[in-house]
Design a protein. Structure first.
Ligand SMILES: Cc1cc2nc3c(=O)[nH]c(=O)nc-3n(C[C@H](O)[C@H](O)[C@H](O)COP(=O)(O)OP(=O)(O)OC[C@H]3O[C@@H](n4cnc5c(N)ncnc54)[C@H](O)[C@@H]3O)c2cc1C
Lengths: 248, 392
């Protein structure tokens, strides 16, 4: 089984968020980047397929040279080969087109992406890749088994889970549940040393229009001061909600 | 203990001076410390017990002989990677870093540099994987700052050496399988010998009731007519310069390690100062607390630059012992000062095991003493710049 894991390079969740160029661009100054958490669950599941079912695991990212440390980390964790499509990843459809070209070119049976990347939270790419490559698609995937060309996928649905049978070629948009946080791997020294020798191929983007552009980013308004009302003083609370906050 | 929310300060964007691999190595060590050391270390330190279960993890992140060539089981990394690993481990605990320093710089380093090929092949891979742990015996009850005065000695008995004497304050001694021991021959010249646990007449009683490095095991090495096979003598270097060469490597690692302890205390104090409200505002809003924090980050940044430059010099094989002394002395004192200021910033909470600060503070009392005391390193700088020896 040939697996391709799509890896987004995203700011660490503790990063300070600021914008530049008239609030149209994210300010990367001093920001630490990590493997998108949803992708990391997928990568870890892919490692399981590699170790238990002898799958091959490649990783791919659409991005500039600054994303290579993230791919190198994926190699150190155990991926066999990394591909970077040399283009700025600003538009979901553009990215999906690039990934679809890589999938077709490499003849992958299973594409594991994340439910969404935690930077722009678009959540559109995996479904588009499935459509563009004619593969089956399971969204918000929290469990995956593969036997030959048939697959069983568990999906999170409102208030429960849904288990479905499907077949390869398959694209999943995964999240926590594929594996648990405690299963995530820290690259060890052997892995880091081996990653030095593994290929990281840079390819040019295929022609595709960017369908969207960001006009402006805004941060949420800062929280206002809190007024504490004594638990016995319900009248005062109602008065404030009615006359000051004007919500009731 | 509180969850480990550590965020590393990098005020001068020093990450830009590091390679992609340096950062990969460092971040792996950082993640590992967060996952496997922080949650358990306070309890082990309180119980004065070395957490043996982390040995595999230490080997996994390359803490044992990171710069030893791959053919001997090391990782073949450069000196900056070694420093960064020590920094991250000491961010967790100086005792754990001590265990790794001793294994790398005081046991693997002399076997690699002063040993022969058979010794390298026999010991280094097992030490790199943590299957064997090692210790380093230089200090004696009556010879600390003046190791050249040592009385531990060996006699040539024809087919073996007969070793007698005692070493004190030896990190890892209680559980080490292998000891690199420094002793004088009949002519009074210092040589290194590899002594293995189980050799008759060799014992390693543990030193109890330490208030410092409580999660690291310390003990004595006692040699009572120990027969050491001749092939266990390190053949390629002798004299006091041999153990001092090991100390250069270890002191270099300590200069980085101390930054880790300082960063942890700064980070804790900074976070606490924004959350703790007194007189109606966060204590971080008061000038006196800001002075402490501002001075901490200034000193950390200076220390980071010092060690980075020292690492470059070491990579080029140009760092002098005196330059290493300066960094060890400066950075450990810097870290100790920061622990004390940070501890005060946490008020009463600062004395509890809920936070790591007081553990770091107590640990650093050993770090400022071992591998050359604070005063001794000053005398080394003094000698280096004046050419006048103030030791004796
Ligand atoms: C927890 C711990 C772990 C250790 N691990 C190891 C280990 O693994 N292996 C090992 O070999 N050793 C180890 N040591 C020993 C350590 O290196 C010594 O404690 C250190 O070198 C100081 O020696 P001392 O304790 O005998 O102090 P002393 O040498 O007696 O010094 C006492 C004081 O006198 C000062 N002093 C000494 N000489 C002079 C001078 N000429 N001029 C001015 N001031 C002077 C010193 O600075 C110090 O303040 C360890 C120590 C500790 C505490």
């Amino acid at each position: 089984m040939k697996i391709l894991v799509c890896i987004s390079h995203v700011p660490d969740t503790t990063s300070k968020i600021n914008f530049t160029e008239g609030d149209t661009k994210f300010d990367t100054n001093g920001v630490q980047f990590v493997i998108n958490p949803n992708d990391e669950f997928g990568l870890t599941r892919a490692m399981w397929f590699k170790e238990k079912q002898s799958a091959s695991v490649d990783v791919v990212n659409v991005g500039g040279a600054e994303t290579e440390p993230t791919l190198r980390k994926a190699l150190a964790i155990g991926a066999d080969k990394a591909i970077r499509v040399n283009a700025e990843a600003t538009d979901g459809f553009f990215v999906a087109k690039q990934l679809a070209a890589v999938v077709k070119d490499g003849g992958y049976d299973l594409v594991i992406a994340g439910r969404e990347s935690i930077d722009y939270n678009g959540g559109m790419v995996p479904g588009m890749v499935a459509e563009l490559t004619g593969a089956n698609f399971v969204n918000t995937c929290i469990g995956l088994e593969v036997d030959g060309t048939s697959a069983t996928a568990v999906r999170e649905i409102d208030g429960g889970k849904e288990t479905s049978n499907t077949s390869l070629p398959l694209v999943i948009a995964g999240q926590k549940g594929l594996v648990e946080e405690s299963d995530l791997r820290i690259p060890n020294m052997r892995g880091i040393m081996m990653a030095r020798k593994k290929p990281l191929t840079v390819i040019d983007a295929v022609d595709a229009a960017k369908e969207t552009t960001a006009v402006k980013f805004e941060k949420p308004a800062p929280k206002g001061a809190v007024k504490l009302v004594d638990a016995d003083n319900i009248d005062e609370l109602i008065n404030l909600l009615h006359n000051e906050a004007k919500v009731i | 203990m509180k969850p480990d929310l550590f965020q590393a300060p990098d005020y001068y964007n020093l990450d830009e001076l590091l390679t992609e691999e340096h950062k990969l190595v460092r971040d792996a060590a950082r993640e590992w410390v967060k996952r496997d050391v922080s949650p358990i270390i306070e309890e082990y330190a309180q119980r004065a017990e070395f957490p043996e279960q982390i040995i595999d993890g230490l080997a996994g992140i390359g803490a044992f002989g990171p710069y030893i060539p791959e053919e001997y089981g090391g990782a073949g990394l450069d000196q900056i990677s070694y420093g960064l690993i020590m920094q991250e481990i000491e961010r967790g605990d100086s005792g754990v870093r001590s265990t790794a320093s001793v294994q790398s710089s005081l046991v693997m380093y002399p076997i690699w540099k002063y040993g022969n090929e058979e010794q390298r092949k026999k010991y280094l891979p097992k030490l790199a994987s943590g299957e064997w742990m090692g210790c380093f015996g230089l200090t004696e009850p009556d010879h600390g700052s003046n190791p050249g005065g040592m009385t531990t000695n060996f006699k040539d008995m024809g087919d073996h050496y007969l070793l007698n004497g005692a070493k004190m304050w030896i990190s890892n001694a209680p559980f080490a399988q292998v000891a690199v021991v420094w002793a004088k021959n009949e002519e009074g010249r210092i040589h290194g010998l590899i002594v293995e646990r189980g050799m008759e007449g060799f014992s390693t009683p543990e030193t109890h009731n330490k208030w410092s490095l409580r999660a690291s095991a310390t003990g004595e090495l006692i040699f009572d007519n120990v027969k050491v096979p001749k092939e266990n003598l390190l053949p390629n270097k002798s004299g006091l310069g041999a153990p001092l060469g090991c100390l250069d490597s270890a002191r270099y690692g300590i200069a980085w390690g101390a930054i880790g302890a300082a960063m942890d205390c700064y980070d804790t104090a900074l976070r606490y100062s924004k959350e703790r409200i007194q007189f109606g505002k966060p204590i971080g809003g008061f000038q006196l607390q800001q002075k402490k924090l501002a001075e901490m980050i200034t000193e950390i940044t200076k220390a980071q630059l010092l060690t980075w430059r020292l690492g470059v010099l070491r990579n080029e094989g140009k760092a002098t012992s005196a330059q290493i002394s300066m960094a060890k002395r400066n950075n450990v004192a810097m870290a100790l000062d920061i622990t004390r200021e940070a501890r005060q910033m946490l008020g009463g909470m600062g004395i509890t095991g809920e936070y790591s600060i007081m553990r770091h503070m107590m640990n650093l009392e050993s770090v400022v003493t071992y591998e050359g005391t604070h005063d001794i390193h000053l005398l080394i700088t003094g000698l280096d710049i004046t050419g006048l020896n103030a030791f004796k």
